[in-house]
Design a protein around this ligand. Structure first.
Ligand code: MG
Length: 385
């Protein structure tokens, strides 16, 4: 068997705001994250998918950039079919043998579904996930019911739909321009291709209406796992140093010395964030021995840790930090520190808590020799399935 080289097309070209809100639904926030980010992460983190191309609507470049950062994209057409065609044509030069075509409005995509689809492609030109119809089906006769429709062999079709790349591109190229298609699988069948059925998943339910977002929040809770982790840091007070706490310069007779700008609060939060994904500690990522970090603003360490959490598909929920010192008084600076940490992490200040305590003049903090900080980070990361 020749090795699969599989790409994925994420169709996110809709302009409709039928699901409510002021932006197209694929950019609406679900659990604090743009809808399309979920499926994008599921596709791009799957080990057998080599590339993910997002198809966006006309003029949605800035929305995409804000949602996913820099990522390959192509602009779609007037219909879903044209959008998929644009995606396929754009992937042609990549030498892919197979392609998954997925709707961004189905955010929760279990890895098991992708595995099953790719396995089916060993034998067939296409494969789709589908769920058996559970409800009784009847024909309507005006305002009354007519006969029951046998449902034994009826399925509800989901995406991603998976195909041999050349076969689905060929079907798209041959499809009559004036005719609409229900989906890509029917286009393949129309030209003689075989499409396998694999078990779909209730998590793959599509978001169409405003009420679907509420249901999706419930599914989100099932799709994510809460993780908490702590961080702790200490720095020594020294004359002639600036005092930075949470990215805010605090007027004081002494400052903290040591790694970078010695921002003990940001270092503790950075370690807490790294802890939520088991990514080691700040010293591993930014060795104190490396001269490039001397005097560096610690916001970049925290931004880096947050980007690693985001790369795992994580959502940052809450940060709590306690500053431990006799002086300076933290109270007057609390709100500034809170706002600064929130800004660095792209959070609402309500998702950040800043507390302070003394140690009753006991120990190194009590003697004013140094300062300590401890932090707790709470994040949600995708459940492994
Ligand atoms: Mg430190």
């Amino acid at each position: 068997m020749t090795a699969f080289r599989t790409a994925a097309i994420l169709v996110a070209a809709g302009s409709g705001t039928r699901a409510g809100g002021s932006v197209p639904k694929q950019y609406a926030l679900l659990g604090g994250k743009p809808l399309l980010a979920y499926a994008h992460h599921a596709l791009s983190s799957h080990p057998k998918i080599g590339a993910v191309l997002t198809v966006i609507g006309e003029g949605q470049e800035a929305l995409l950039e804000a949602a996913l950062g820099t990522t390959p994209f192509v602009t779609g057409g007037a219909t879903r079919r044209e959008s998929v065609r644009n995606g396929l044509e754009a992937l042609l030069a990549g030498g892919f043998t197979h392609v998954l075509i997925h709707d961004a409005a189905r955010p929760f995509l279990p890895a098991r579904v992708i595995d099953d689809l790719l396995t089916s492609l060993d034998a067939e030109g296409g494969a789709i996930p589908a769920l058996p119809v559970a409800d009784t089906l009847v024909r309507g006769e005006g305002a009354r019911i007519g006969d029951t429709v046998p449902r034994d062999d009826l399925y509800r079709v989901q995406t991603p739909q998976a195909f041999s790349f050349d076969a689905i591109l060929d079907a798209h190229r041959r499809w009559p321009a004036e005719q609409e298609a229900t989906d890509d699988a029917q286009m393949l069948r129309a030209f003689g291709g075989q499409v396998a059925l694999v078990p779909g998943d209730p998590m793959l339910e599509k978001i169409t209406h405003p009420a679907d977002f509420a249901a999706a929040e419930t599914r989100l809770a099932a799709a994510m796992r809460v993780r908490t982790a702590t961080g702790y840091d200490v720095h020594r007070f020294a004359e002639g140093e600036a005092l930075w706490l949470g990215g805010v310069r605090i007027p004081h007779s002494k400052g903290l010395s040591g790694h970078s700008d010695a921002d003990v609060a940001l270092h503790a939060i950075t370690d807490a964030l790294l802890g939520t994904i088991g990514a080691g500690d700040i010293g591993m990522h930014f060795p104190p021995s490396d001269p490039q970090w001397r005097g560096a603003a610690s916001a970049r360490f925290l931004e880096h840790a947050a980007s690693l959490v985001a790369a795992e598909g994580g959502i940052l929920d809450f940060i709590d930090v306690t500053l431990i010192c006799e002086a300076p008084k933290i109270g007057p600076h609390r709100e500034a520190i809170r706002a600064s940490i929130a800004a660095i992490l792209g959070l609402d200040p309500g998702q950040v808590s800043v507390k302070a305590t003394t140690t009753e003049r006991l120990g190194f903090t009590g003697r004013g020799e140094g300062m300590a900080a401890q932090a707790v980070a709470t994040v949600r990361v995708p459940a492994r399935n």
